[in-house]
Write a protein that binds this ligand. Structure first.
Ligand code: SF4
Ligand code: SF4
Length: 284
């Protein structure tokens, strides 16, 4: 069972849900692989520190021009839709940060003057912070602008079976789509506010297009969640859990502590949400 934890906007509580659900399941005797695919700002390790097992570098292929072979015809620059190559006045420049590693320029070059070379963009760290939980964390290098290769590297390291929980990037960009792709179910974490509703609806639309079943977790609930519940009811979305607004939870979060140790009811909230996700993933 591979579950993505996503949200249309940042700060809704994805990390709270991902970390606490993993802990609730592990405390009940399950083995969980937790993947941090919010690679621009990974923070699951703050709640699950220690047990480091190793680090791998993530690289992408970028072009390098063999200047003696180059005739400066400009075909590579014309081909590149990302403006990652510029040919002018007998010179050819590559801007690796703009390259999307499509490989097209090396194919199009009539002089075979372009080869591909590796360029590091991030790392993937593995750890076993406690019994029953393995954590795989993607970290995009500072200054890099494409998270997808690092997200894909994290996902390549995931087991094919067992319980896998993926903490996705916020929003509905290609980072979220890459993290969610291939999952059996997606939990959308939201807040009972107009902003929360707006971004929830965007995320839900993406998941419908991707054909991934989803349900909603309302975070910071004060018992007046009609704005979200009305939308869910109209769209046929199940609310699979509610996390109460509670200063003790916020204080625990700010100190890197798991919320379920602050509120004895929360373990049940997360296990029930997981059970509902299992059922939701089974529906045709
Ligand atoms: S296509 Fe090849 S030969 Fe032409 S400018 Fe680019 S690298 Fe040089
Ligand atoms: S590999 Fe693709 S994206 Fe990168 S420079 Fe070549 S054509 Fe542009």
């Amino acid at each position: 069972m591979r579950i993505a934890i996503a949200s249309g906007k940042g700060g809704t509580g994805k990390t709270t849900v991902a970390s606490n659900m993993a802990l609730a399941l592990a405390n009940a005797g399950s083995c969980v692989t937790l993947a941090d695919c919010d690679v621009e700002e990974p923070n699951l390790y703050l709640f699950l520190p220690g047990g480091e097992m190793g680090v791998e570098e993530v690289s992408v292929s970028v072009p390098a021009i063999d200047k003696p072979r180059c005739t400066y015809c400009g075909k590579c620059a014309d081909f590149c839709k990302f403006n990652a190559i510029s040919v002018f006045l007998g010179n050819a420049l590559i801007f690796p940060g703009l390259c999307h590693s499509c490989g097209g320029c090396s194919l199009i070059c009539p002089e075979s003057a372009i080869k591909e070379v590796p360029r590091r963009v991030g790392i993937v760290k593995r750890s076993k912070p406690r019994d029953g939980v393995e954590l795989i964390t993607g970290v995009l290098d500072g200054g890099e602008n494409s998270s997808v290769p690092v997200i894909n590297a994290v996902k390549r390291g995931l087991p094919d079976s067992g319980i896998v929980i993926i903490d996705c990037a916020p929003g509905t960009s290609c980072n979220m789509v890459s993290a969610v792709r291939g999952c059996d179910y997606c939990m959308l974490v939201t807040e009972p506010t107009p902003f929360g509703l707006h971004d929830l609806s965007l995320a839900r639309d993406v998941l419908v297009k991707m054909g991934i079943p989803c349900g909603v977790v309302i975070n910071k609930s004060v018992g007046e969640d009609g704005i979200i519940e009305g939308y869910c009811s109209a769209q046929g979305l199940q609310v699979i859990g509610k996390i109460p607004y509670d200063e003790a939870i916020a204080r625990a979060y700010s100190m890197g502590k798991a919320a379920l140790y602050e509120d004895s009811n929360l373990a049940r909230v997360f296990s029930c949400a997981y059970e509902k996700a299992l059922k939701g993933a089974e529906k045709p």
